[in-house]
Design a protein around this ligand. Structure first.
Ligand code: HEM
Length: 354
């Protein structure tokens, strides 16, 4: 897709000159966000010391074959954390009693392979250490490794999450995952309910530096009328990929470096080449524009803020201690087998009494 590099450079230069004030306020070194009670940086130190190397080694192999899977795993962790907290609830299959979180509209475009990769990592980890590591922790580590192995920053992940016993309803899922058609006000308000501020919103949206989208997530910006905040050449090229409103094709989220975790997503926004309204409006809106620019001109700053925001996101409403469980299979809660045991126990007890 074509874009004018000279105009993008001049936009960058002007903006970096105008940026002074915001840049100073966001560049101040910040400490790591506080750990939620029950999580720790060394949680599996004695129970599963090789956990992180097992996950990283396996994901290196997976990504060597298909780097696109990194984007799928990063998005999976985001969808897990935003709905009912990072409790692995998004991983659960539906049952006869009803559809799962996975079946709710925003989750239908999660990659099927992402769920398989998590289950495979779980079985590798449990083979080595026993059933001690939660599926939600494995998902958080897989997201971290997806960022790092795609060229992004490496960082430590607080561990000790437990897996949830239930999943959210369709309505709860829809209410917690903002739509790509949302403007900056909606996104800022939605993330504020999770104690995420404007810098977190802009930094986390930088997850769109890797991965793909289906046409249906943005074609309302093209038809019937073209969104005036979209670069004309970019729109023209998107219309080729998505010729009608409900085209089934996909396209990359970051046209400059689709598989690389870098700050080019913000350069895209400055050139009005953001795919979703929720992306582009971060540059249109006065409250977030200078943050976008600061990340576009300074990748180190973006990486620093992204890590802080990811650590915050990864601790949303986590279950710890004796809450929840460590699932034996990430797609099903353990209670099926627990229920069987309790039936046996009751039978034994009734024999003893009578
Ligand atoms: C702020 C609100 C957000 C909205 C509205 C949003 C929306 C979307 C949509 C609509 C897609 C494409 C789905 C499809 O059509 O296939 C997508 C993909 C993606 N999102 Fe987001 N997202 C948001 C935040 C995030 C965050 C916080 C992250 C991670 C830190 C993230 C990471 C990703 C990734 C990596 C993909 C590509 C997935 C793949 O290639 O399989 N998103 N997002």
């Amino acid at each position: 897709m074509g874009f004018s590099s000279s105009s993008s450079i001049s936009v960058l230069l002007i903006s970096s000159l105008l940026l002074g004030s915001y840049y100073c306020s966001v560049s101040e070194a910040q400490t790591t966000p506080p750990l939620v009670k029950g999580l720790s940086w060394t949680y599996y130190k004695s129970s599963c010391p090789d956990l992180e190397s097992i996950v990283r080694k396996q994901l290196k192999k997976v990504f060597k074959n298909d780097i696109g899977q990194a984007a799928g795993l990063l998005r999976l962790h985001f969808h897990d954390c935003f709905v009912q907290g990072c409790d692995g609830s998004v991983l659960l299959d539906g049952s006869a009693s009803g559809p799962s979180e996975k079946d709710a509209p925003p989750n239908l475009s999660l990659r099927a392979e992402a769920f398989e990769i998590i289950n495979d990592l779980r079985s590798r980890v449990h083979k080595e250490c026993g059933q001690v590591v939660s599926c939600s922790d494995i998902t958080a580590l897989a997201a971290r490794d997806s960022v790092f192995l795609s060229g992004g920053p490496d960082y430590n992940v607080p561990l000790g999450r437990r897996d949830g016993l239930s999943f959210a309803t369709r309505n709860e899922t829809l209410a917690n995952l903002p739509a790509p058609s949302s403007n900056a006000t909606t996104i800022l308000n939605s993330l504020a309910t999770k104690n995420l501020d404007a810098t977190d919103v802009v930094a986390l949206s930088g997850g769109h530096t890797i991965g793909i989208s289906h046409c249906t997530s943005f074609t309302e910006r093209l038809y019937p009328t073209q969104d005036s905040s979209m670069d004309k050449t970019f729109a023209k090229n998107l219309k080729v990929i998505c010729p009608v409103l409900n085209s089934t094709n996909t396209t990359v989220l970051d046209l400059r470096s689709p598989d690389l975790f870098d700050n080019k997503y913000y350069v895209d926004l400055m050139n009005r080449q953001g795919l979703f309204t929720s992306d582009q409006d971060l540059y249109t809106d006065k409250r977030t524009r200078s943050i976008v620019t600061s990340f576009a001109v300074n990748q180190t700053l973006f990486f620093e803020k992204f890590v802080l925001s990811m650590i915050k996101m990864s601790q949303l409403s986590v279950l710890t201690g004796t809450q929840g469980e460590i699932r034996a299979n990430c797609s099903v809660k353990n209670s099926a087998s627990v229920d069987l045991w309790s039936v046996v126990d009751e039978e034994e007890e009734s024999k003893a009494v009578f």
